[in-house]
Design a protein around this ligand. Structure first.
Ligand code: NI
Length: 256
């Protein structure tokens, strides 16, 4: 059984079949999914899904795209959501210098604020980083050194060398649909080099569909294609990938 460690099932693209999709997860070998917030509204929706369905856990936080919306405000609504037992981490948080939807200094400020919150509440973090390798790493490293921060690099797209630096900090690396793309040399290298007991798998659905569904709406059950590719690269069975990545996700997020 898989854990899809990063989904956005609250997305409107699931409005027509969300309930059916969630109720059939187990039939498709998906034991649990972690629904990830990206702003206050989607975080709230994540909590609602986790309250309604046994096989959904929630992560709440503000994505770098929306960091500007926090200006002049505070994290009190996120803090309130974190009181819920099924909210297992803070995310997705980080830096995105590809889109730059929020000014970089504001992205950094709210990234650090949310890391401080994670340290204070002893919660792991789910990290989004795009075209911001150095700043993301530096901020996480100080969180680890100051307070023992733990977490996962969601849909990791960096180099093998950087992945190894994150492993040294105790972080997990999560791989998604891109590892299945034919020309995705670096993610395949990361899948090969990172030990299975440090890997998580995810879909990031409805985004980033794996082969052979590229361009279509992604779904949690497609996490099997990610597992299959990792198994092929490592020369191990798909069952072993499922078993170990599920154990890793439960350990990181404190799920029994
Ligand atoms: Ni995401």
């Amino acid at each position: 059984m898989y854990i899809d460690s990063h989904v956005h099932l609250d997305d409107s693209r699931f409005d027509l079949d969300r309930d059916n999709l969630i109720r059939t997860l187990k039939d498709n070998k998906v034991e649990l999914v972690i629904n990830i917030g990206a702003d206050e509204d989607s975080s709230e929706r994540s909590v609602e899904l986790a309250d309604r369905y046994e096989n959904i856990y929630a992560v709440v936080g503000v994505h770098p795209h929306s960091a500007k919306d926090l200006e002049g405000r505070d994290l009190s609504s996120i803090i309130k959501m974190l009181e819920n037992d099924k909210v297992v981490a803070i995310g997705e948080i980080g830096l995105d210098y590809y889109y730059d939807n929020s000014p970089r200094d504001i992205q950094k400020k709210w990234f650090k604020e949310q890391i401080n919150l994670a340290l204070r509440l002893n919660k792991p973090v789910v990290i989004h980083s795009r075209d911001a390798d150095k700043d993301t790493f530096d901020i996480i490293k100080s969180g680890v050194e100051e307070g023992g921060l733990t977490g996962v690099m969601h849909c990791y797209s960096g180099s093998v060398e950087l992945a190894k630096e994150y492993l040294k900090l105790g972080f997990y690396i999560s791989l998604g649909g891109p590892v299945t793309f034919k020309n995705a040399r670096v993610p395949k290298e990361v899948a090969k080099e990172v030990a299975l007991d440090r890997l998580l798998i995810e879909t990031d659905c409805p985004y980033l569909s794996p082969e052979p569904y590229r361009g279509k709406r992604n779904e949690p059950m497609f996490v099997s294609y990610v597992a299959e590719e990792i198994a092929k690269i490592k020369g191990i069975s798909i069952e072993e990938v499922a078993e170990v990545t599920t154990k890793n996700a439960k350990k990181l997020f404190g799920i029994k």
